[in-house]
Design a binder for this molecule. Structure first.
Ligand SMILES: N[C@@H](CCC(=O)N[C@@H](CS)C(=O)NCC(=O)O)C(=O)O
Length: 234
């Protein structure tokens, strides 16, 4: 059976990492049995979560885990999509994972109140200085990626462009490409749920909340893939 390593439920979410949630949704979409285990970046093969163990295979990074599910377990996440839709799906995934994600990270780690309420607790019980060192490392990542060089309002502008695009692609459909979810729905949902969680207040969350179809979509995906999480939280 596959073991999925991630942080475990936090911040009103099945996992604080949208990449872990993406994989959990893909596992559920493909109906592949799995169990969850707590694992943190220092233990991860590539220094980031998620990773999986599947027999002798250890696979890190959500894109490669997805490929593993497709090649080894026969998952066909994009079976219903045309070539053009598949290309658009990949572009959306890259926009969300390599652009919008940084705004999510910035809103949690670099805002003082959100940091104190959320990520700071990852280090409860750790020796003095570890918490601040991790925060400074994250600040460096966001600066290195580029988003951290912009003013907060400019960061929100960039995130808004992503959310506007996602909202336009979704339109009035239940899922990104029509009546059935595809692989990229796992990414889109995970990223939106991470932004929309009421646990954090941020201009980014306010911006996402202004897209009525994205809010409804996130709730629809949560109800479809996480009924267990919703009933445990009720
Ligand atoms: N490209 C990776 C990104 C995973 C990622 O950024 N994970 C974050 C948590 S959301 C992480 O482990 N960060 C730790 C670090 O960068 O030190 C994937 O798709 O799995």
């Amino acid at each position: 059976m596959i073991t999925l390593y991630g942080f475990g439920p936090a911040f009103g979410l099945p996992d604080p990492s949208p990449f872990v949630m993406k994989i959990e949704v893909l596992l559920r979409m493909a109906d592949v049995p799995y169990r969850r285990e707590r694992g943190a970046p220092p233990q991860a093969p590539k220094g980031k979560v998620p990773w999986i163990a599947d027999g002798d295979a250890v696979v890190a990074d959500s894109t490669f885990i997805r490929r593993h599910l497709e090649t080894v377990h026969g998952a066909a996440f994009d079976a219903g999509l045309s070539g053009e839709q598949k290309a658009l799906a990949w572009s959306i995934e890259r926009m969300l994972e390599d652009h919008l994600y940084w705004a999510l990270l910035s809103s949690r780690w670099l805002d003082d109140a959100n940091f104190a309420k959320g990520p700071a607790h990852f280090f409860d019980g750790a020796p003095d200085g570890v918490r601040e060192a991790a925060r400074e490392r994250t600040r460096g990542y966001v600066h290195g990626q580029g988003l951290g060089r912009h003013r907060p309002d400019e960061q929100t502008y960039l995130a808004r462009r992503d959310l506007e695009s996602l909202s336009a692609v979704l339109g009035t459909s239940p899922y990104l490409f029509g009546d059935a979810p595809c692989g990229t729905d796992a990414t889109a949902f995970a990223m939106l749920a991470g932004i929309l969680t009421p646990f954090f207040a941020s201009p980014l969350r306010e911006c996402a909340e202004s897209f009525v179809n994205l809010r409804a979509y996130s709730s629809r995906m949560m109800a479809r893939y996480y009924p267990d999480f919703l009933s445990a939280a009720a």
